[in-house]
Design a protein around this ligand. Structure first.
Ligand code: HEM
Length: 217
Protein backbone atom coordinates (compact mmCIF):
# COMPACT_ATOMS: atom_id res chain seq x y z
CA UNK A 1 0.00 0.00 0.00
CA UNK A 2 2.77 2.39 0.95
CA UNK A 3 5.69 0.57 -0.68
CA UNK A 4 5.94 3.19 -3.44
CA UNK A 5 6.98 5.86 -0.94
CA UNK A 6 10.38 7.31 -1.92
CA UNK A 7 13.24 6.20 0.32
CA UNK A 8 16.39 8.19 1.05
CA UNK A 9 19.72 6.46 0.66
CA UNK A 10 21.97 8.67 2.80
CA UNK A 11 20.87 11.40 5.24
CA UNK A 12 22.52 14.67 4.36
CA UNK A 13 24.01 16.94 7.01
CA UNK A 14 20.89 19.09 6.61
CA UNK A 15 18.57 16.13 7.26
CA UNK A 16 20.59 15.09 10.29
CA UNK A 17 20.37 18.63 11.66
CA UNK A 18 16.62 18.68 11.06
CA UNK A 19 16.22 15.33 12.83
CA UNK A 20 18.21 16.52 15.86
CA UNK A 21 16.17 19.74 15.92
CA UNK A 22 12.88 17.83 15.78
CA UNK A 23 13.99 15.55 18.61
CA UNK A 24 15.02 18.63 20.64
CA UNK A 25 11.64 20.29 20.06
CA UNK A 26 9.81 17.04 20.95
CA UNK A 27 11.82 16.81 24.14
CA UNK A 28 11.03 20.39 25.15
CA UNK A 29 7.32 19.80 24.40
CA UNK A 30 7.40 16.66 26.52
CA UNK A 31 8.88 18.52 29.48
CA UNK A 32 6.35 21.36 29.11
CA UNK A 33 3.49 18.82 28.97
CA UNK A 34 4.70 16.83 31.97
CA UNK A 35 5.49 19.90 34.04
CA UNK A 36 1.93 20.82 35.23
CA UNK A 37 0.93 17.16 35.64
CA UNK A 38 3.56 16.73 38.32
CA UNK A 39 2.58 19.86 40.20
CA UNK A 40 5.84 21.48 39.28
CA UNK A 41 4.54 24.87 38.17
CA UNK A 42 3.42 25.87 41.64
CA UNK A 43 6.44 24.69 43.55
CA UNK A 44 9.46 24.76 41.26
CA UNK A 45 10.52 28.06 42.81
CA UNK A 46 10.07 26.71 46.32
CA UNK A 47 13.82 26.08 46.27
CA UNK A 48 14.58 23.17 48.55
CA UNK A 49 12.47 20.71 46.56
CA UNK A 50 13.63 21.88 43.13
CA UNK A 51 16.31 19.15 42.85
CA UNK A 52 13.78 16.46 43.73
CA UNK A 53 11.38 17.71 41.07
CA UNK A 54 14.21 17.68 38.57
CA UNK A 55 15.10 14.08 39.55
CA UNK A 56 11.50 13.03 38.98
CA UNK A 57 10.80 14.91 35.75
CA UNK A 58 14.13 14.02 34.12
CA UNK A 59 13.63 10.37 35.21
CA UNK A 60 10.31 10.29 33.36
CA UNK A 61 11.76 11.91 30.22
CA UNK A 62 14.78 9.54 30.32
CA UNK A 63 12.39 6.58 30.57
CA UNK A 64 10.24 7.80 27.66
CA UNK A 65 13.36 8.26 25.54
CA UNK A 66 14.66 4.82 26.51
CA UNK A 67 11.29 3.28 25.64
CA UNK A 68 11.27 5.12 22.30
CA UNK A 69 14.79 3.92 21.54
CA UNK A 70 14.00 0.28 22.41
CA UNK A 71 10.74 0.38 20.44
CA UNK A 72 12.36 1.99 17.43
CA UNK A 73 15.16 -0.59 17.60
CA UNK A 74 12.52 -3.34 17.51
CA UNK A 75 10.74 -1.68 14.57
CA UNK A 76 14.12 -1.62 12.85
CA UNK A 77 14.99 -5.26 13.49
CA UNK A 78 11.48 -6.48 12.59
CA UNK A 79 11.84 -4.35 9.43
CA UNK A 80 8.41 -2.84 10.12
CA UNK A 81 9.85 0.68 9.84
CA UNK A 82 11.53 -0.07 6.51
CA UNK A 83 8.49 0.81 4.40
CA UNK A 84 8.23 4.30 5.81
CA UNK A 85 11.78 5.33 6.75
CA UNK A 86 15.10 4.43 5.16
CA UNK A 87 17.28 2.12 7.29
CA UNK A 88 20.02 4.77 7.53
CA UNK A 89 17.63 7.36 8.99
CA UNK A 90 16.08 4.70 11.24
CA UNK A 91 19.47 3.71 12.61
CA UNK A 92 20.43 7.34 13.20
CA UNK A 93 17.14 7.95 15.05
CA UNK A 94 17.69 4.83 17.18
CA UNK A 95 21.15 6.10 18.06
CA UNK A 96 20.01 9.67 18.81
CA UNK A 97 17.24 8.42 21.09
CA UNK A 98 19.72 6.28 23.04
CA UNK A 99 22.13 9.17 23.51
CA UNK A 100 19.31 11.52 24.50
CA UNK A 101 18.15 9.01 27.11
CA UNK A 102 21.70 8.67 28.44
CA UNK A 103 22.08 12.48 28.62
CA UNK A 104 18.76 12.87 30.43
CA UNK A 105 19.66 10.06 32.85
CA UNK A 106 22.87 11.94 33.66
CA UNK A 107 20.76 15.02 34.57
CA UNK A 108 18.39 12.71 36.53
CA UNK A 109 21.17 11.13 38.62
CA UNK A 110 23.29 14.30 39.03
CA UNK A 111 20.30 16.25 40.39
CA UNK A 112 20.37 13.88 43.39
CA UNK A 113 23.63 15.53 44.46
CA UNK A 114 21.61 18.69 45.15
CA UNK A 115 18.77 16.95 46.97
CA UNK A 116 18.29 18.36 50.46
CA UNK A 117 16.51 15.28 51.86
CA UNK A 118 18.89 12.45 50.90
CA UNK A 119 22.65 13.01 51.03
CA UNK A 120 23.83 11.44 47.77
CA UNK A 121 27.55 11.33 46.93
CA UNK A 122 29.24 10.60 43.59
CA UNK A 123 30.22 7.19 44.98
CA UNK A 124 26.60 6.34 45.85
CA UNK A 125 25.51 7.36 42.35
CA UNK A 126 28.23 5.37 40.58
CA UNK A 127 28.39 2.21 42.74
CA UNK A 128 25.10 0.29 42.52
CA UNK A 129 23.20 -0.62 45.71
CA UNK A 130 25.08 1.81 47.98
CA UNK A 131 22.76 4.86 48.07
CA UNK A 132 20.73 6.08 51.06
CA UNK A 133 17.29 5.62 49.39
CA UNK A 134 15.95 2.19 48.29
CA UNK A 135 19.50 0.96 47.52
CA UNK A 136 18.34 -2.12 45.59
CA UNK A 137 15.85 -0.47 43.24
CA UNK A 138 17.92 2.68 42.74
CA UNK A 139 20.89 0.32 42.12
CA UNK A 140 18.88 -1.30 39.31
CA UNK A 141 18.64 2.18 37.76
CA UNK A 142 22.44 2.55 37.96
CA UNK A 143 22.93 -0.89 36.35
CA UNK A 144 20.36 0.02 33.68
CA UNK A 145 22.34 3.18 32.95
CA UNK A 146 25.63 1.23 32.58
CA UNK A 147 23.95 -1.22 30.21
CA UNK A 148 22.51 1.66 28.13
CA UNK A 149 25.96 3.27 27.95
CA UNK A 150 27.73 0.02 27.06
CA UNK A 151 25.29 -1.00 24.32
CA UNK A 152 25.17 2.51 22.81
CA UNK A 153 28.97 2.79 22.77
CA UNK A 154 29.35 -0.72 21.38
CA UNK A 155 27.89 0.48 18.05
CA UNK A 156 31.18 2.29 17.41
CA UNK A 157 33.32 -0.86 17.89
CA UNK A 158 31.01 -3.25 16.06
CA UNK A 159 33.59 -3.66 13.27
CA UNK A 160 36.26 -4.76 15.78
CA UNK A 161 34.25 -7.16 17.92
CA UNK A 162 32.26 -8.77 15.08
CA UNK A 163 28.56 -8.95 14.26
CA UNK A 164 27.63 -11.96 16.45
CA UNK A 165 29.30 -10.87 19.73
CA UNK A 166 27.95 -7.36 19.13
CA UNK A 167 24.44 -8.71 18.66
CA UNK A 168 24.69 -10.75 21.88
CA UNK A 169 25.86 -7.62 23.70
CA UNK A 170 23.05 -5.60 22.15
CA UNK A 171 20.46 -8.04 23.53
CA UNK A 172 21.42 -6.89 27.05
CA UNK A 173 19.44 -3.73 26.19
CA UNK A 174 16.36 -5.71 27.24
CA UNK A 175 17.90 -6.25 30.66
CA UNK A 176 18.68 -2.53 30.90
CA UNK A 177 15.11 -1.71 29.93
CA UNK A 178 13.69 -4.14 32.52
CA UNK A 179 16.00 -2.76 35.22
CA UNK A 180 15.02 0.85 34.39
CA UNK A 181 11.31 -0.09 34.40
CA UNK A 182 11.48 -1.85 37.79
CA UNK A 183 13.55 1.04 39.11
CA UNK A 184 10.99 3.65 38.01
CA UNK A 185 7.99 1.65 39.24
CA UNK A 186 9.34 0.88 42.72
CA UNK A 187 11.65 3.84 43.50
CA UNK A 188 9.56 6.56 41.86
CA UNK A 189 7.21 8.82 43.80
CA UNK A 190 4.90 9.09 40.82
CA UNK A 191 4.56 5.36 40.08
CA UNK A 192 0.76 5.48 40.46
CA UNK A 193 0.51 8.46 38.10
CA UNK A 194 2.84 6.77 35.61
CA UNK A 195 1.11 3.37 35.64
CA UNK A 196 -0.22 3.80 32.09
CA UNK A 197 3.17 4.97 30.80
CA UNK A 198 4.98 1.93 32.21
CA UNK A 199 2.16 -0.38 31.12
CA UNK A 200 1.90 0.86 27.53
CA UNK A 201 5.68 0.91 27.11
CA UNK A 202 6.06 -2.61 28.56
CA UNK A 203 3.25 -4.07 26.47
CA UNK A 204 4.56 -2.54 23.24
CA UNK A 205 8.09 -3.83 23.93
CA UNK A 206 6.69 -7.28 24.75
CA UNK A 207 4.49 -7.36 21.66
CA UNK A 208 7.27 -6.30 19.26
CA UNK A 209 9.76 -8.70 20.88
CA UNK A 210 7.35 -11.61 20.40
CA UNK A 211 6.69 -10.47 16.83
CA UNK A 212 10.48 -10.36 16.24
CA UNK A 213 10.98 -13.87 17.68
CA UNK A 214 8.11 -15.37 15.67
CA UNK A 215 9.25 -13.72 12.43
CA UNK A 216 12.94 -14.62 12.67
CA UNK A 217 14.44 -15.29 9.26
C1 HEM B 1 22.71 6.31 38.05
C2 HEM B 1 21.51 5.90 37.72
C3 HEM B 1 20.24 6.29 38.41
C4 HEM B 1 20.01 6.80 39.68
C5 HEM B 1 21.02 7.09 40.78
C6 HEM B 1 18.59 7.02 39.81
C7 HEM B 1 17.94 7.49 40.93
C8 HEM B 1 16.57 7.64 41.09
C9 HEM B 1 15.88 7.98 42.30
C10 HEM B 1 16.54 8.26 43.66
C11 HEM B 1 14.55 8.00 42.03
C12 HEM B 1 13.40 8.30 43.01
C13 HEM B 1 12.99 9.74 42.83
C14 HEM B 1 11.70 10.02 43.58
O1 HEM B 1 11.76 10.34 44.76
O2 HEM B 1 10.63 9.88 42.98
C15 HEM B 1 14.38 7.67 40.63
C16 HEM B 1 13.16 7.61 39.98
C17 HEM B 1 13.02 7.34 38.63
N1 HEM B 1 14.01 7.03 37.75
FE1 HEM B 1 15.99 6.88 38.17
N2 HEM B 1 17.98 6.67 38.62
C18 HEM B 1 18.95 6.22 37.76
C19 HEM B 1 18.77 5.75 36.48
C20 HEM B 1 17.57 5.77 35.80
C21 HEM B 1 17.39 5.33 34.44
C22 HEM B 1 18.48 4.70 33.56
C23 HEM B 1 16.09 5.57 34.11
C24 HEM B 1 15.38 5.33 32.81
C25 HEM B 1 15.94 5.54 31.66
C26 HEM B 1 15.44 6.12 35.27
C27 HEM B 1 14.12 6.48 35.35
C28 HEM B 1 13.46 6.82 36.51
C29 HEM B 1 12.03 7.03 36.60
C30 HEM B 1 11.02 6.89 35.46
C31 HEM B 1 11.76 7.36 37.92
C32 HEM B 1 10.38 7.65 38.53
C33 HEM B 1 10.18 9.14 38.53
C34 HEM B 1 8.89 9.52 39.20
O3 HEM B 1 8.28 8.72 39.91
O4 HEM B 1 8.48 10.68 39.03
N3 HEM B 1 16.38 6.24 36.27
N4 HEM B 1 15.61 7.46 40.10
Amino acid sequence: MTTDLPTLEQPTRWQRGLLSGLIGVALCLLIVLLWPQMGLTASIFAGEKAAWYLVRSSGVVAYLLLSASVLWGLLLSTQLSKTYVSPVISLALHNYLSWLSIGTTLVHASALLFDTYYAYTFGALLIPFTGPYMPFYVGLGTLGFYIMLLTTLSVYVKGYIGQKPWRMLHYTTFLGYIFATLHGIVAGTDAALLGTTFGVSGLLVLFLTLYRILNRH
